[in-house]
Design a protein around this ligand. Structure first.
Ligand code: NAD
Ligand code: IPM
Ligand code: MN
Length: 336
């Protein structure tokens, strides 16, 4: 494997939480001799101001020469005619078709549930994220929802393989009662793929009912697999069950490359205040280390995060404390 990873600091709280993750990485590297170097790549608003695009070609080329990417959240411009966001572009460009978003209770965190371990597997390249959106005239617009057999097969296989390592249950979240071509195809392919995994129980739930059940009876879920937009929405919802976005990491996985980023965005409401929770970014680093084969460092990092939260000496405001990003980072490093 390539011995370099790339880093995008991102916008808003991105530089704050990625700086923490990199400080944690330095501590792990010192202790476990992980041996991965990293390069910083320009993307997001800073790149847009310099180059007129949020993801210049030279950044894509630099990322291509690394094993994987640690990405901070980037702000997406929201004006008519503006380009797609950085994560969507990278997922498409590197064909990172499975977005893996763990929803796991952590000790010492005041939250709705303290006993959850759910894995959301979100299709990451199709659905409403095709970029095919058009104004027909000034009052009418359409968007194309893409669903392909190949796209469905590969992400369902990831979900079933993950379930084999866990409690062997996969639930498909869909809306085939209304989306009679796109989600019907996904549903058909889901049951076809399920036959390759005899030991895993396959079930389905309409995504609206699933959204409710996630709040009422989340313990019933092991792996949830769903299309792109549904997966986006339920992953923020599910993070709220275990303490919120400040704690939720993700992995965007393809055949040859992977990108690791917090589920959260650039949080303009708290940017620059030094109070963002760095744990989502730090746990994204943990997922990167696992993917890169640095298992010891990854396990040590997870234990350090758990101890830090249990001790509760430095909790950021989203966790009910008054610590800064830096205080919490220092505690994690102490616990490594
Ligand atoms: P957001 O996730 O940035 O914020 C939602 C709420 O969660 C805010 O109140 C925020 O303060 C809080 N929050 C988020 N992360 C936190 C953390 N680490 N610690 C403490 N509190 C935290 O969502 P939004 O406001 O809808 O989006 C803001 C911008 O981020 C938009 O431009 C959006 O497109 C972008 N975004 C980017 C990514 C990405 O790059 N992967 C993901 C989501 C949103
Ligand atoms: C996420 C984000 C992105 C998405 C946005 C910023 C494009 O919300 O990673 O969940 O919708 O996929
Ligand atoms: Mn999202």
């Amino acid at each position: 494997m390539n011995s370099k990873f790339s880093v995008i600091y991102g916008d808003g709280i991105g530089p704050e939480v990625i700086t923490s993750a990199l400080e944690v990485y330095e501590a792990l590297n010192e202790k476990f001799n992980v041996g991965l170097e990293y390069i910083v790549v320009d993307a997001g608003l800073s790149a847009y101001k310099k180059y007129g695009t949020n993801l210049p070609e030279q950044s894509i080329n630099a990322i291509s020469e690394t094993c994987c990417l640690l990405k901070g959240p980037t702000t997406t411009l929201e004006e008519p005619g503006s380009e797609l966001g950085v994560p969507v572009k990278i997922r498409k460009r590197f064909d990172l078709f499975a977005n893996i978003r763990p929803v796991k209770s952590l000790p010492g965190v005041k939250s709705l549930y303290s006993d959850l371990d759910i894995l959301i597997v979100r299709e990451n390249t199709e659905g409403m994220y095709s970029g095919a959106e058009y104004m027909i005239n000034k009052d009418v617009s359409i968007g194309v929802r893409v669903a392909t057999r190949a796209g469905a097969e590969r992400v369902f296989r990831v979900a079933f393989r993950e379930a084999e390592k866990r409690r062997r249950q996969v639930t498909l979240g869909h809306k085939a009662n209304v989306l009679k071509a796109t989600d019907m195809l996904y549903k058909q392919v889901f049951y076809e793929v399920s036959r390759e995994f005899e030991l895993v129980k396959a079930s389905e739930m309409h995504i609206d009912a699933l959204a409710m059940n996630l709040i009422l009876k989340p313990q019933q879920f092991d792996v949830i697999v769903t299309e792109n937009l549904f997966g986006d929405i339920i992953s923020d919802e599910a993070s709220a069950l275990v303490g919120g976005l400040g704690l939720s990491p993700s992995a965007n996985i393809g055949e040859r490359f992977a990108m690791f980023e917090p589920v959260h965005g650039s949080a303009p409401d708290i940017a620059g205040k030094g109070i963002a929770n760095p744990i989502a970014a730090v746990l994204s680093l943990k997922m990167l280390l696992e993917w890169a084969g640095a298992q010891k460092a990854a396990s040590s990092l997870e234990s350090a995060v758990r101890s830090t939260l249990s001790e509760g000496r430095a909790l950021t405001p989203d966790l009910g404390g008054s610590a800064t990003t830096k205080d919490l980072t220092k505690e994690i490093i102490k616990n490594i």
